[in-house]
Design a protein around this ligand. Structure first.
Ligand code: SF4
Ligand code: SF4
Length: 470
């Protein structure tokens, strides 16, 4: 019995299996279609994810798209919240949260992300490959066709398939772009000639080519040679993580169904022909396994036909597959959970403390102070940004706790700002030369007309008052 510890990824496969040969050249993958409980569930998940992705730019929350990254104006809209360039630091929580969430999910559920939710899988298996099977036929038909001379009918089918790929890629590229360009602008651009917006047209063309090239040709190579997540798998999984695995104890030795001394595997190789990366899961957990579950459905089909129990290939942990005790809660998961909770609390606090009104009191360039007729004067500029998605009016005035000897001159006492609009207002702080105030901080309060002075919703901009040394 193996001691529990780090997962080992054996390289046991036949040199002719898999999507890449040992010399690095590519084997064209033509996975067979498969039907079963996981295939049905994956289709539902794919349809939901594609619908959600395509509808987010159309959904409006608080008058703005649910998700809109307005690069041109450096504004970001996220489910009713508005962010500008000053909020970029919050991205730290987003990026680390996604990265850590992925590590956590992998430790618990293995490569569930790859098999169920990664856009590469969702679009390749849920859209492009479906049309391929519809137009070119089953794996057997395509394999036979690939070995025989090209006929006119087949050439037409290939032409139609690639036309469909291009049309889908154009659609995917435009939906993707609508996250960065508002929908009205997008529609205007689509109706106008490409010469009227060459930059946007170039982006749409480049994205279409990228999506077409990836989903029509590059395919599984993105997962096998480009994506770093798959390469990190061995350090993220442990012997209790959920994986797609083959039950060697039950399956070996392989043999004919009629052979009473053989295990449950009849060596039909159906699990290999349905695999999108062409690997043999019976060789153990491999980095090329995307946990797509196609081999589970394929083997269950075979077991059903033979009247044997399902689950020769199944979702299980390495410990489970090798007959050891399975654990969900383990030190790694406990540590990850604690870190996740701490991260979530810090991120929630940071988001909650983020104000939808930005106000900064900046010293004007030039002399730091002016001494005149028995007073000392400092000149500032108040910069206000309305980060709400609605038009807002603000009232400006001295903060309540400002010493009575300090006179604040604010020429504009009330102003209205458009969503994400900003304005600069001059502010003069005047103090009698005779006043014995030291280390004075000038405080300007910005509030909405409905809120009284000094309320929690008000924002105070501060700046240091400078005076000549005594
Ligand atoms: S599908 Fe099942 S029975 Fe057939 S080769 Fe694979 S593991 Fe063996
Ligand atoms: S081995 Fe099974 S789960 Fe892994 S990629 Fe191949 S078919 Fe999918």
């Amino acid at each position: 019995m193996k001691p529990p510890g780090r997962v080992s990824l054996p390289v046991l496969r036949d040199p002719l299996e898999g999507a890449l040969r040992r010399d690095g050249s590519r084997v064209a993958m033509m996975p067979a279609d498969v039907h079963g409980r996981f295939d049905t569930r994956r289709k539902v998940v794919f349809a939901m994810l594609i619908t959600l992705w395509a509808s987010l730019p159309w959904l409006r929350v608080g008058g703005n798209p649910a998700v809109f990254l307005d690069i041109e104006h450096r504004r970001f809209y996220l489910f009713g919240l508005t962010f500008n360039a000053q909020d970029v630091w919050l991205l730290f929580f987003l990026v680390t949260g996604v990265g850590f969430g992925l590590a956590y999910a992998t430790a618990l559920l293995g490569r569930a992300w790859c098999g169920w939710t990664c856009p590469q899988t969702v679009f390749l298996e849920g859209v492009y490959r479906r049309f391929e099977r519809l137009i070119l036929g089953s794996r057997d038909t395509r394999t036979r066709a690939a070995r025989s001379p090209l006929t006119l009918s087949r050439a037409l089918r290939y032409g139609l398939l690639h036309l469909v790929y291009v049309v889908i890629s154009i659609g995917v590229a435009h939906v993707f772009l609508s996250y960065f360009v508002s929908l009205p602008v997008m529609f205007r651009m689509v109706r106008a000639s490409p010469g009227a917006h060459p930059e946007a047209f170039a982006w749409a063309l480049a994205l279409t080519l990228v999506f077409y090239g990836n989903f029509a040709w590059f395919r599984e190579q993105l997962c096998l040679v480009v994506c770093p997540y798959g390469r990190l798998q061995s350090s993220l999984l442990d012997n209790d993580s959920l994986i797609v695995g083959y039950d060697t104890t039950r399956g070996e030795p392989r043999g004919k169904p009629s052979d009473a001394s053989a295990g449950a595997c009849v060596d039909c190789k159906r699990c290999i022909v349905v695999c999108p990366t062409g690997i043999d899961i019976r060789n153990g957990l491999q980095m090329d396994c995307l946990a797509c579950t196609a081999c589970i459905d394929a083997c269950d089909e075979v077991m059903d036909k033979l009247g044997r129990p399902r689950g020769l290939i199944r979702y299980d942990s390495l410990n489970g597959l090798e007959g050891r005790q399975k654990r969900i809660v383990r030190p790694r998961i406990a540590l990850y959970t604690a870190l996740l909770v701490v991260g979530a609390v810090v991120a929630t606090t940071a988001f909650a403390r983020r104000s939808d009104l930005e106000a900064t009191l900046l010293r004007l360039p030039g002399a730091p102070y002016v001494v005149e007729r028995g007073t000392i004067r400092n000149a500032f500029e108040l910069h206000i940004v309305n980060k709400r998605p609605t038009r807002e009016t603000f009232v400006l005035g001295p903060a309540m706790d400002l010493p009575s000897e300090v006179e604040l001159v604010i020429p504009i006492r009330e102003l209205t700002l458009e969503p994400m609009g900003s304005q600069r207002v001059p502010v003069f702080a005047i103090v009698p030369e005779s006043a014995s105030i030291r280390n004075l901080t000038v405080r300007v309060e910005i509030r909405r007309p409905s809120s009284p002075l000094g309320t929690a919703g008000a924002r105070v901009a501060t700046g240091a008052f400078l005076r000549p040394n005594p």
